[in-house]
Design a protein around this ligand. Structure first.
Ligand code: 13P
Length: 382
């Protein structure tokens, strides 16, 4: 039986992965030719985004300039999609996951499985008490839909994947047969997949690196050099390892995971942005390169970029998100807040100065210029 593949989310990464899956499905007898993309409907001028994708085969809002295969079909009915799909690929901002799962709940096929590309953690609803530690988005998917959930993450800036520039990703999947099938669905000559069994470790690396990337953005804005940036990345990396060991024991993240694309690879790609233009000169949008152009031409590494912008402009993050991300949502500050909550509950704040400082700066409780001060007495140097 051919497997029906559905991509839940149509942002830049959702569009990229839809393109990859649709091209692979087209040349395979294992997957149904038609790959469906769930689109959160919005109007682009007078036209619906889903109609544009189905007629012009381009996601003009989130991945302009990339042609999507004709067998990638945009749909808007979640329940219908859930009843059709054997493989549900989640790739949308974490903020929207609970409502999407509510739309799918009770409308899934027996034997269906999920894959998450969402780099984040579940922040819960304000009125609900949260459990200790971080809540995984994949656990939310598993518990709501009653299905297994693998994870696909790595140093994967969507605009580069869209241009078919070589990169790697890590597939975390505990079932070897399913892992091999998912690899056949995702791998291309320019998107190379390594498999590891530990799903959790891939997910946690993907989430925590966004905090480090935000810190790297502060570092850039404050005018520190490459040595400082390298120190921030390394200390961030060590804090990720420390966090996982503290909260999940040695079974959490192994050295093998950290050496994967989802570990060291993702931190590096998120903290540097080689295509960055010197945007400080034009940050009010009045320069030769307007804000919108700037964002659409180099919006890879959004956490780093917004961290930098926050310090340079002094504007609140929510405002910058609106101005610079054109409908996309930022994850780093949300994840930093969740990590801070978990660390505070466990009396561990002083052991994680970098992640704590990123949260305090994002939430206006610390001046950005104090960021590096927090790292001088880092436990790694004691
Ligand atoms: P941002 O979410 O910071 O844009 O990072 C993208 C990413 O995770 C690339 O691997």
């Amino acid at each position: 039986m051919e497997k029906h593949v559905a991509v839940v989310g149509s942002g830049n990464m959702g569009s990229c992965i839809s393109k990859i899956c649709a091209l692979n499905a087209r040349s395979s007898t294992e997957f149904c030719n038609e790959v469906r993309i769930w689109v959160h409907e919005e109007l682009i001028g007078e036209e619906k985004l889903s109609d544009i994708i189905n007629t012009r085969h381009e996601n003009v809002k989130y991945l302009a300039g990339t042609r999507l295969p004709e067998n990638a079909i945009a749909v808007t009915d979640l329940a219908e999609l859930g009843s059709w799909a054997d493989i549900l690929i989640f790739v949308l901002p974490q903020q929207f996951l609970p409502q999407v799962l509510a739309g799918l709940k009770g409308h899934t096929r027996p034997g269906a499985c999920a894959v998450s590309l969402i780099k984040g953690v579940f922040a819960g609803q304000e009125e609900e008490p949260m459990p200790k530690g971080l809540s995984l988005l994949t656990d939310l998917i598993r518990s709501n839909l009653g299905m297994e959930c693998a994870v696909l993450m790595g140093a994967n800036l969507a605009p580069e994947i869209a241009k078919e520039v070589y990169c790697e990703a890590t597939l975390g999947c505990r079932d070897p047969t399913r892992a091999a099938q998912l690899k056949r669905l995702f791998q291309t000559p320019y998107f190379r997949i390594s498999i590891i069994e530990n799903e959790f470790s891939v997910e946690i690396c993907g989430a925590l690196k966004s905090i480090v990337a935000t810190g790297a953005g502060f570092c850039d804005a404050l005018g520190f050099g490459d040595n400082t940036k390298a120190a921030v990345i390394r200390l961030g990396f060590m804090e990720i390892l420390r966090y996982v060991q503290r909260f999940y024991g040695s079974a959490g993240v192994t050295k093998r995971t950290l050496m994967q694309s989802c570990g060291i690879g993702d931190i590096i790609s998120s903290c540097y942005n080689t295509k960055d233009v010197k945007w400080a000169a034009t940050h009010d949008g009045s320069g030769p390169l307007g804000m919108h152009d700037l964002v659409t031409t180099c919006y890879g590494g959004r956490n780093r970029k917004l961290g930098e912008a926050m310090v340079l402009t002094g504007k609140p993050l929510r405002q910058l998100e609106k101005e610079m991300l054109d409908g996309q949502r930022l994850q780093g500050p949300l994840i930093a807040a969740e990590v801070h909550r978990a660390l505070q509950e466990e009396g561990q704040l002083q052991r994680f100065p970098l992640m704590v400082a990123v949260h305090l700066i994002c939430s206006g409780q610390m001046k950005p210029r104090d960021f590096i001060e927090q790292l001088r007495e880092h436990p790694e140097h004691m």
